[in-house]
Design a protein around this ligand. Structure first.
Ligand code: ME8
Length: 472
């Protein structure tokens, strides 16, 4: 049996989730469910990134202790996972001292033992929003273009990680495709970013960053975001604790947004190489969602709360909209109008009508049992189903989830047209064999289509299977 391990980023516990987070999680859920359908032993991980100055400040602003604050935010994300109908097997939190911290200590020590950490003095411009140092050239008019804040000048003692030692090997990973990045165009971005990559600061003074994991054997330093956050992918499956973490490691897919490509495609592989661990097999990178053409922001007041959206439209219409309307690897736009158009056009008119037309024909006109024997099958339909499955699988495996849905819907459109063309009700008395063939072919389309739909719209697929007495 194959194994399949898929992850989402761990989300910052500084604010509640928005549809961007929901999109990443749903996309990863599709991959997990798809691999379960194939029979692979699957592990799907999501969770929270809870340390750092940004979170400590958000807690302070809310008048709470950081742990209490992150507990509340994490509760919201756990609830969202349920509402999104995610099939995650685990939910990791970086504040978990039993589950996460031992893994972080272990990777830190492994990197140190490989002589890849050294003490140095860091002087630079620090953006709290990014939790990262920035170059002057990254700024626009002296402020961070993403957060519109002036970075702080910082001079401090840090441990540094010898990232530059791994540049050549990382370059080869992408040139030879050892780690496959989807879409491929992002690999070129990684190679360009790699050219500017230098050793990175791997810890911060404890006095400036109290809300974090202490460096083993140096209580004056706190482990910085890289070793703390990225290690979640290992700690969750048992790295640093007892247990067979190699059962699922290496990750088969890290699903991420384009904003954290450098962390996952350069820093993470370098850490793993240094610690002598296997590398993830692929990284699927999606774009960003805008709202009515604008960046989502609290200041503009256009942040879309997925829970509210689902309350209004139901889970599957929201999953469908995000997975069909937003091209998986590019930026896409959310609007209520687009969501409603997709809902009415694709779900209600196309799929909804198909299911009710065929169910009604069976209920009112079919007197014999359905028989899926080849002779009751229209060859044209058989070919259409096979071709659709091939295109669907290729699309999912290339992280083109919107295309996979397009292929399924083409099949449903075909089926609706097939009913119009065959007019099965005309055949009931004079050509019962032909009637049976048409109905069998239509039911086969619906059953196959809803089977492939399960990873995308589990609730809808389940309902359709129940109507046609099939187990999904
Ligand atoms: O970066 N459209 O956490 P984060 C689509 N903790 N996706 C979006 C989005 C948008 N407008 N905005 C956010 C962090 N995302 C770190 C990650 S991983 C070891 C550490 C999604 O809460 C997208 O997946 O800022 C992006 O990569 C992620 O949320 C960033 O989440």
């Amino acid at each position: 049996m194959n194994k399949f391990y898929v992850t989402t980023p761990i989300y910052y516990a500084n604010a509640n989730a928005h549809i961007g987070h929901a999109f990443t999680s749903i996309a990863a859920d599709v991959l997990a469910r798809y691999h379960r359908l194939l029979g692979d032993e699957t592990f799907f991980l999501t969770g929270m990134d809870e340390h750092g100055a940004k979170i400590a400040r958000a807690a302070e602003a809310a008048g709470k202790e950081p742990q209490e604050f992150t507990d509340d935010i994490a509760k919201g994300f756990v609830h969202l996972a349920k509402v999104l109908n995610l099939s995650n097997d685990d939910f990791i939190r970086t504040t978990d001292r039993q589950i996460h911290w031992p893994g972080v200590f272990k990777i830190w020590n492994a990197i140190k033992a490989g002589d890849d950490l050294y003490e140095g003095e860091y002087e630079g411009l620090y953006c709290v929003g990014h939790e990262a140092f920035m170059k002057k050239s990254d700024l626009k008019d002296g402020v961070c273009p993403d957060h519109q804040t002036k970075p702080e000048k910082i001079k401090e003692k840090n441990y540094f990680f010898k990232l530059s030692k791994y540049k050549k090997r990382i370059e080869q990973l992408y040139e030879s495709g050892v780690i496959s990045i989807k879409p491929k165009s992002r690999a070129n971005e990684v190679l360009a970013m790699l050219k500017d990559s230098e050793d990175i600061s791997f810890s911060r003074p404890r006095k400036d960053l109290k809300w974090g994991i202490p460096v083993p054997s140096d209580e004056n330093q706190t482990i910085y975001v890289w070793a703390d956050a990225l290690t979640n992918y290992l700690s969750a499956i048992g790295y640093g604790r007892n247990g067979d973490w190699t059962k699922f490691w290496p990750a088969d897919v890290h699903v991420i947004g384009k904003d954290i490509l450098r962390f996952h495609a350069i820093i993470w592989p370098a850490m793993l190489l240094s610690a002598g661990l296997d590398l993830p097999k692929s990284i699927c990178v999606h774009g960003f969602i805008t709202v009515d053409g604008q960046k989502m922001s609290k200041t503009i007041g256009n942040v879309i709360d997925p829970i509210e959206l689902i309350k209004k439209y139901g889970i599957d219409p929201v999953r469908y909209f995000l997975l069909r309307e937003i091209p998986s690897t590019e930026d896409g736009d959310f609007s209520y109008k687009k969501l409603e158009d997709r809902y009415n056009g694709d779900l209600a008119n196309n799929l909804g009508n198909l299911v009710s037309r065929v169910a009604k024909l069976i209920e009112t006109k079919l007197e014999s049992e359905l028989n899926f024997d080849e002779k009751f099958f229209d060859k044209k339909v058989r070919q259409k189903i096979t071709k659709t499955e091939q295109k669907y699988r290729e699309a999912v495996e290339n992280f083109k989830l919107h295309e996979a849905l397009t292929h399924i819907w083409e099949l449903f459109t075909f089926a609706n047209a097939y009913i119009d063309e065959k007019k099965p009700w005309v055949d009931i008395t004079d050509h019962p064999e032909r009637f049976l063939q048409t109905i069998t072919s239509l039911v086969a389309i619906i059953i196959n289509g809803s089977h492939w739909l399960e990873p995308f719209l589990p609730e809808t697929a389940g309902k359709i299977c129940a109507i046609f007495n099939q187990n999904n």
